[in-house]
Design a protein around this ligand. Sequence first.
Ligand SMILES: *Cc1c(COP(=O)(O)O)cnc(C)c1O
Length: 370
Amino acid sequence: MDVQVPFVDLRSQHEPLMPQLLEAFRQVTEASAFAGGPFVARFEAEFAAFCRTRFALGVGSGTDALWLSLLALGVGPGDEVITTPNSFMATAEAISLCGARPVFVDVDERTYTMDPAQLEAAITLRTQAIIPVHIFGQMADLDPILAIGRRYGTPVVEDACQAHGAEYKGRRAGSLGVAGCFSFYPGKNLGAFGEAGGVITDESELRTKIQMLRDHGQAAKFVHAAIGWNARMDGIQAAVLSLKLARLESANAARRTHARLYHELLEDVPGIIRPVEAPHNLHVYHIYAIRVQNRDAVLQRMSARGVNCGVHYPVPIHLQKAYSFLGLKAGSFPVAERCAKEFLSLPMYPELRPDQIETVVQTLKESLQA
Ligand SMILES: *Cc1c(COP(=O)(O)O)cnc(C)c1O
């Protein structure tokens, strides 16, 4: 069967922007500002203003954002960094790339974000940072996490790669920890034309370190004060991101409207668990994930009926082969493991139409039965 509702539809996002996108491409070409440069500087200023922080730094990807933030904080071999197992692999990878060891804390069963009640028990003398992940577009319960961080002198780095514009008690995602890390991968709420990422911070020392690290450790041209990497943002990505940043709030509002309709239509559907928005949060629904038994069969049946869904993520990080050396067996993090079996991500993107949402829900109802 033809696809009735795709999981995401980037074409429908870009088509109305075509004249502005071509103009951005022309401007970057005329300025020959390809790697770093004025378009990146402009986007950094705009994104810092949007997040209400002093600084924003464009980097090559969300993975770079996490990795360079940890490096700039001095995380290295022998250290531990605490995060959650139900994230994209990159969160743990960034820790490992510093030479440190990821230590996992299970998540809250309602919000799927780090359970603050289990955080303190994971802290050791080696803990050098805590990375709560604002999974699916909802921020973790940061007040108790930040309080524990303060008590142990441990910096909190926010993985806001799925939460551009989300809020916690009126403050923007990424702006509460010492650093906030963003991915601008095309499918994220704010997406570039390829790979890109960003770090926001209020601390000028951290900003200077990340500026150096993203550019081969250069303090000035050909003066290499540290061993860094090539993690600069492209000019074309920055120009596209400036264009799309101006539309992010309305795009997030559209996602929230779609989530509300899903929520109403799914109210009477037995056997599913809908997402919960904590009262202090503004959820930006990067992913609209429900929970259902026999997830793989339901997913299959929906796809056969022309509705494409996703799974984020089918295997928690601690059970991935790459992390088998940690020796964490099934049962280590029961909530994350149960959720990984049950999560089903329904189609979600700003351009989704109400009739498509009704189709998704009708198809889900049929697929739950057989
Ligand atoms: C996308 C994502 C990343 C990695 O970002 P990239 O730009 O793909 O490197 C990290 N953490 C989370 C939670 C993500 O969703």
